[in-house]
Design a protein around this ligand. Structure first.
Ligand code: NAD
Ligand code: IPM
Ligand code: MN
Length: 354
């Protein structure tokens, strides 16, 4: 079981250290090797996704990632930005299926910004397409254009999906729904965008192969509203890269904090990259206060999906549940009456619970 560990930038190394300690505490033989991705890689090599990292990632069975990016690198040309490194590894490894579960632990009902009765028992899975859409579309750029006889700057991106890209992410979502409550909501903007008309058509065609799954469609603006109005109406949601990025951050807050939301990005053979859904949190980096649970839960997803170690995955998830029940809270999920801890102490508590 070979794992390529990419701590990344900002809070990345802090949260990754805890996830690695948790993995080492399991009675499993992992080979873990670290490499650079993002801003730390730019600083060391000038490239956000260096060849050495690519090689290690390709040879490993799974990749565990902290987060990349930060203000230090915001002024760089786009190809050198830390985020390009992340997009590069997703694309190179063919990680088209991003699973972002939003589960509310009962202990965190009051940490959500919504009323407890609206979020109690929440268990949604967002399936986000991850290697297509406007994120990767050509042409793209900012250039000077002649408009009404005078030059001005012109910014452009291209939204696109092929039928086969939609079908393969659709299958992942239908299969996931089949193992859950058998309800799939496909989210698009077909009233305006042709790409997403095709998305809706292909999802509807696929539904014939999954008669046991109830498919519904929703426009993305309404979906954003419904997620905060009545989130429990959803079981599995499937959507494109950009809408999925936005809706999954929104859904994370239903669970109390983005610091709780893990994710798995899978290829066709369940090789995967596992990372929290949040970013490098520059505002709290280096302070030892970040919530490591999303990263620890991402490691649990890795045990489940890539290594088929369901029992170990459940042990880790059980330990997270236990520390929440014991009242341990990082700042993002803190409420009066609970024990405020830092990143390392939260890791200690998970290890003790294990
Ligand atoms: P962010 O997710 O880093 O932070 C948003 C807010 O959530 C901040 O207030 C932060 O302190 C808080 N937060 C995030 N994770 C937390 C945790 N584990 N514990 C406690 N609080 C947490 O989003 P942002 O500020 O928009 O982006 C910062 C940088 O991260 C940018 O450079 C962005 O491109 C990058 N980013 C990277 C990834 C990734 O690597 N997968 C994802 C999103 C953003
Ligand atoms: C995420 C992040 C990334 C994305 C960025 C950092 C490229 O926001 O993983 O959700 O937009 O996919
Ligand atoms: Mn995001």
């Amino acid at each position: 079981m070979k794992i390529c560990v990419l701590p990344g930038d900002g809070i990345g190394p802090e949260i990754m250290a805890e996830a690695v300690r948790v993995l080492r505490a399991l009675d499993l033989k992992f080979e873990m090797e670290e490499a650079l991705l993002g801003g730390s890689a730019v600083d060391a090599t000038g490239n956000p996704y260096p060849e050495a990292t690519s090689k290690l990632a390709r040879e490993a069975d799974a990749v565990l990632l902290g987060a990349v990016g930060g203000p230090k690198w915001d002024g760089l040309p786009r190809e050198q930005r830390p985020e390009r490194g992340l997009l590069g590894i997703r694309k190179e490894l063919g990680l088209f299926a991003n699973l972002r579960p939003a589960i509310l632990y009962p202990e965190l009902a009051n940490a959500s910004s919504l009323k407890p009765e609206i979020v109690a028992g929440l268990d949604i899975l967002i399936v986000r397409e991850l290697t297509g859409d406007i994120y990767f579309g050509q042409p793209r750029g900012i250039e000077m254009r002649e408009v009404n006889g005078k030059g001005e700057r012109y910014g452009f991106n291209t939204m696109h999906y092929t039928e086969s890209e939609i079908r393969r992410i659709g299958r992942v979502a239908f299969e996931a729904a089949r193992k859950r409550d058998k309800r799939l909501c496909s989210v698009d903007k077909m009233n305006v965008l042709e790409t997403t008309q095709l998305w809706r058509d292909v999802m509807s065609e696929l539904a014939a192969e999954y008669p046991d799954v109830e498919l519904s469609h929703m426009l993305v603006d309404n979906a954003a509203m419904q997620l905060v109005r009545a989130p429990k109406q959803f079981d599995v949601m499937v959507t494109g890269n950009m809408f999925g990025d936005i809706l999954s951050d929104e859904a994370s807050m239903l669970t109390g904090s983005i610091g709780m939301l893990p994710s798995a990005s899978l290829d066709e053979n369940n090789k995967g990259l596992y990372e929290p859904s949040h970013g490098s949190a520059p505002d709290i980096a280096g302070k030892g206060v970040a919530n490591p649970l999303a990263t620890i839960l991402s490691a649990a997803m890795m045990l489940r999906y890539t290594f088929a170690q369901e029992e170990a995955a459940q042990r880790v998830e059980g330990a997270v549940k236990k520390v929440l029940a014991q009242g341990f809270r990082t700042g993002d999920i803190f409420e009066p009456g609970t024990k405020k801890v830092g990143t390392r102490e939260m890791g200690d508590a998970v290890l003790a619970a294990l």
